[in-house]
Design a protein around this ligand. Structure first.
Ligand SMILES: [Zn+2]
Length: 519
């Protein structure tokens, strides 16, 4: 069945223009494979001839079998005053050997006369020649109309003439682009509807997020008759980014009730978003709509109480539908229900009537009063709940530690010694590190590694320090949050003290203890 809305991904081209994003050819292939498996209809691989990495991508892509996606190569209309068959851009494009090509051309008269310094009719000829030439070479052609909306607002008839030139020459889809990202949804609706009136081919929409309405603009375009939408995973892109497909895809399916990607792919949306972040080496944005970690996190006591009864009452959709999950945040605002739900989420058998629940809630409130924070430290909370529920003792104890720093010449070295006790047996180790916490972490890990070899694979992935204002006139306290991983799961722990090293040690100890409890 043909989808009602075609999804066109440009993460590898427009997305790679984003600050801090740099894909190798191998990265591009991995992302393209993931997008293909997910069921994205078009994958724009890059601009052939613009750099060797893109050429390498197309070379490898041509050898592969793609399940659902058509790979597209991007370029622009032929140059002014150059015959299309003589233009090197076209040669590079044909060498990319893709079934689809996407050509960007000028819509805005201002750009034609001032930037391109071409006559209006010459621009029309450049569009038509390019599209026809590529059609004659067996390509399917998508035409990206740059500055569609700004151009139309200035000179509507000229803008339409450029789109009609592309259509007449054989483009199968005219994509209206809000290149500067400054248009409003109402403008997008009006102009897309006008284009729909005058064109017979498919209409697409390509938007940017400069004023925070990139996704809204794409939806406005679809609502006004576009049936092809371009964007990037996680909204990567120049400036503030492109329209995010991680929002558009579920909106098309769940809110507009139209077919886009295959239904069975939707529960893998969060995974796709994380995968692309991982390859781009970007931290996953917790507040990203739909797929972020906090997208279904509930904190206020009243919300949580209602969620416990009817999830639908405070959630626009079931989080599992896009592979996310509900989280209940425990904080000093929490009532007993939060703590009970959180405990269940962490795998404890517990109800609102469990007698220990009162003790746990009181303990959480007391510790949060001292500066502890459990929202990002669920592992520390799990340990607290478990200790209260099962009256368990620590698997190890840190009896003594010492941290020092010295500087000789250019370099400084930190050294830590740690003495631990496990089942009456003790171990004493020393380690160096680039900082006191790093040294302490190594020393602790070596000492415990003797008894628990599984701890050797644990790694710190993040370390955050926050100074908490003191309320009682005593010295300010330091809160340390640590993220750790065993390569498979990630967990957060917290420590609080007037002394940053002591706070770090608490968080480290919790992290190791949690790793030992994990099965
Ligand atoms: Zn763009």
């Amino acid at each position: 069945m043909k989808p009602a809305v075609e999804i066109y991904d440009t993460t590898l081209r427009d997305g790679s223009q984003g600050e801090g994003i740099n894909f190798s050819a191998a990265d591009k292939i991995r992302i393209a494979e993931k997008l293909d498996a997910f069921g994205i209809h078009y994958i724009e691989g890059g601009w052939p001839g613009s750099n060797p990495k893109d050429m390498e991508f197309f070379k490898q892509a041509a050898r592969r079998k793609w399940k659902t996606a058509k790979i597209s190569a991007f370029s622009m209309t032929r140059r002014k005053g150059v015959a299309v068959e003589k233009d090197e851009l076209m040669r590079n494009l044909l060498e990319a050997k893709t079934p689809v090509v996407t050509i960007v051309g000028k819509t805005w008269l201002l750009h034609v006369t001032e930037v391109l310094r071409a006559r209006p009719d010459e621009n029309l000829a450049m569009i038509a020649d390019t599209v026809r030439y590529l059609k004659d070479h067996g390509k399917r052609v998508i035409y990206d109309a740059e500055h569609s909306f700004d151009g139309y607002k200035d000179e509507p008839e000229y803008a339409l003439a450029t789109w009609q030139a592309a259509e007449k020459a054989g483009a199968e889809c005219i994509v209206l682009c809000d290149t500067n990202g400054g248009c409003l949804p109402t403008e997008i609706s009006r102009i897309t509807a006008a284009a729909k009136n005058r064109l017979n081919c498919r209409i697409g929409i390509h938007t940017h997020d400069d004023i925070g309405v990139g996704v809204a603009n794409a939806i406005a375009g679809l609502d006004a008759g576009a049936t092809h939408v371009q964007g990037t995973i996680n909204g990567y892109g120049e400036r503030t980014g492109n329209c995010s497909l991680t929002s558009v895809i579920p909106i098309v399916h769940f809110k507009m009730k139209q077919s886009g990607v295959p239904e069975k792919s939707l529960p893998k949306l969060k995974e796709l978003s994380e995968y692309v972040d991982e390859i781009a080496n970007m931290r996953h944005d917790p507040r990203r709509p739909w797929v972020g970690q906090t997208a279904f996190a509930h904190k206020g006591g009243m919300h949580v109480h209602a969620i416990d009864r009817v999830a639908r009452s405070y959630e626009h959709i079931s989080p599992e539908a896009i592979g996310n999950h509900r989280r209940v945040l425990v904080s000093d605002m929490s009532g007993r229900t939060n703590v009970a739900l959180k405990a269940k989420e962490l795998g404890f058998e517990l109800t609102n009537d469990t007698p220990e629940l009162k003790t746990i809630t009181a303990k959480v409130k007391e510790l949060e009063g001292q500066g502890y924070e459990y929202e990002a430290a669920e592992a520390s909370l799990a340990l607290l709940i478990q200790k209260t529920m099962e009256h368990r003792t620590m698997p190890f104890e840190v009896n003594a530690y010492h941290v020092s720093m010295r500087r000789d010449g250019q370099s400084s070295v930190c050294e830590a010694t740690v003495k631990v006790m496990v089942n009456g047996e003790s171990a004493h180790t020393v380690a160096e590190g680039d900082g006191p916490v790093n040294a302490l972490d190594s020393a602790l890990r070596f000492a415990l590694g003797k008894f628990f070899p599984q701890l050797k694979k644990i790694q710190l992935t993040d370390y955050k320090v926050r100074i908490i204002e003191s309320q009682s006139g005593t010295a300010a306290k330091t809160r340390v949050l640590i993220q750790s991983t065993n390569g498979k799961d990630e967990w957060g722990t917290v420590g609080v003290s007037e002394n940053i090293i002591e706070a770090s040690l608490q968080a480290l100890v919790d992290s190791m203890e949690y790793a030992l409890l994990k099965k």
